[in-house]
Design a protein around this ligand. Structure first.
Ligand code: FAD
Length: 482
């Protein structure tokens, strides 16, 4: 063994299985010390939001418990990261530090500095592939540059070459004779002061074991018909794996392996109708693409990839923004989505697109305001996916929907929530309305509203904008920058 003691620095990789840094540390050192260092100031403009902090608290607890089952534990410290690592190295006599890569711009800068500083003092500092199928610099266009269009990226990524095989859970993680001190998890104060997270507890089980339960559910109940069910917010037709993927409790390699071992590898051409499993894998591909774009265009979390959108005449309207955030726009499918987000810390992808279109087109409020709100309220808030998602719907990102495609919230609701189950769940004040009027209560005859106990403007808002007028003015604003 080259080392007596090594640190494994856990960051967004709270799992034992398929963990390259943990595997390398176990192979290289007699004694392994798992450590987490809380340093939100080092995340640049994107310190974890409220919902992410809730998840982080619980995943740290779950990870510590999983390590303890292997006679190890998780040492928790508060940053700065470099000082803390140096301090723990000095205390324990460790001669190596292993970690899995993260790809956010601020974290990459920080990690480069940490690596060179530690290496300069004779410590072996090793970074291993993070939580992607391939490293963002490995997939390039014919000209050697980054991709900005999904389909050729995906064809050149895993459709050409399968990802590396997954690593099993280590049987043992040998600790040191004497453990360095850890602070109590509660000292990080990650849980909200406001009683807002009750719904999170019923919906989610943070941690590696919780991720595996969802993977099993995906394989048994969802994947075969995923191509049909994925657009239906009224059904549990998607995997709900996004927060587990973000926190590295499961890897895309594990998911890829589970899917392809049952259904075979994805076909190299995208011709013909897509099956559930292949459509699902291509969504994992969109996640890869989002990290590829963020890696190569690190300014995109604050600036549109398509530069002409920097001059777009966005509106400032705090009242409308607040109505959108609170699910009080008067458009039932929009309000249902925003309330699901607040209650569960998550929103169905189809509805993310509908509420995103509504904010950036009907209200003409910048995609960045939406991205910030999602950042604070989503348990799966992910800098790459969130930036790509918002720039996609705002028409200003990589392979984006054109800005002039304005979703009609009424027809979207009727199409994707046809029996109204989703709206009735999240907007219960409309639950007695017949299906015909549920997605457009302002059109319902007075006697129908009365019978359903709906008084527009009192029990439920009137629409804050008129769809046709809002659409017209969004298109006129777009004309100004075309
Ligand atoms: P499934 O349909 O089961 O998909 C499996 C996995 O594939 C997801 O967990 C996710 O990792 C990935 N994936 C699926 N769709 C996309 C997509 N369109 N782009 C990138 N990856 C995708 N996803 C996040 O993880 N974090 C975010 O902060 C985020 N913000 C978004 C903001 C907007 C405006 C939009 C339109 C989309 C956003 N997405 C984000 C993408 C997508 O909505 C979620 O990944 C998905 O809803 C998560 O649910 P699921 O795990 O059940 O997905």
């Amino acid at each position: 063994m080259p080392h007596d003691t090594a640190l494994v620095w856990f960051r967004r990789d709270f799992r034992l299985a398929d963990n390259p840094a943990l595997r390398s540390a176990i192979d290289a050192a007699e004694h392994v010390i798992p450590i987490y260092i809380h340093a939100p100031d080092e995340e640049g403009d994107w310190a974890p939001g409220g919902a992410s902090r809730w998840w982080l608290h619980h995943t740290l607890a779950a990870h510590d418990a999983a390590l303890r089952e292997r006679q190890s534990r998780l040492i928790i410290r508060a940053g700065p990261s470099l000082d803390t690592l140096q301090h723990v190295i000095q205390q324990t006599g460790a001669t190596a530090v292993f970690w899995n890569r993260r790809y956010e711009p601020a974290i990459r800068r920080r990690d480069e500095l940490i690596k060179s500083t530690l290496s300069g003092t004779g410590i072996e500092a090793v970074s291993r592939p993070g939580n992607l199928l391939s490293e963002p610099w490995e997939v390039t266009t014919g000209g050697g540059g980054p991709y900005q269009v999904f389909t050729p990226f995906w064809k050149n990524c895993c459709l050409r070459e399968p990802p590396a095989e997954t690593l099993p859970k280590p049987r043992a993680v040998n600790g040191p004779a004497s453990w360095p001190q850890s602070i109590e998890l509660a000292e990080l104060r990650l849980l909200p002061k406001l009683d807002w997270d009750a719904g999170f507890y019923t919906r989610w089980t943070p941690g590696e074991a919780g991720a595996q339960v969802l993977l099993k559910r995906l394989m048994q109940e969802v994947i075969a018909r995923y191509d049909e069910s994925r657009n239906r917010p009224d059904q549990r037709g998607t995997s709900s794996l996004s927060p587990h993927l973000y926190f590295g409790e499961i890897t895309p390699r594990q998911i890829y392996e589970a899917v392809t071992s049952e259904y075979g590898p994805p076909a190299p051409t995208s011709k013909g109708p897509k099956s559930g499993p292949m459509t699902f894998l291509s969504e994992i591909g969109w996640r890869e693409f989002a990290w590829h774009v963020l890696y190569h265009f690190p300014d995109t979390p604050l600036r549109p990839l398509r530069e002409k959108f920097a001059a777009f005449p966005w509106r400032t309207d705090n009242q409308a923004l607040s109505a959108w955030q609170r699910g009080q726009t008067g458009y039932p499918i929009v309000d249902a989505g925003m309330r699901e987000l607040w209650h569960d810390g998550w929103m169905h992808n189809r509805v993310r697109m509908i509420v995103g279109s509504f904010l950036t087109k009907h209200l003409r409020i910048s995609w960045l305001e939406g991205a910030k709100w999602f950042w604070d309220t989503l348990v799966d808030a992910d800098l790459a996916n969130n930036t790509l998602g918002w720039q996609w719907i705002g028409g200003c990102g990589a392979d984006a929907a054109p800005y002039f495609r304005v979703f009609n919230p009424v027809s979207q609701g009727e199409k994707f929530d046809p029996q109204g189950d989703y709206v009735r769940k999240w907007v219960p004040e409309l639950s007695e309305l017949p299906d015909e009027w549920l997605h457009q209560p302002w059109q319902a005859p007075d006697h129908i509203l009365k019978r359903a106990g709906v008084v527009l403007g009192q029990t439920y808002p009137k629409p804050i904008v008129d769809h046709a007028e809002a659409r017209k003015s969004a298109l006129a604003a777009f004309d100004a920058i075309k």
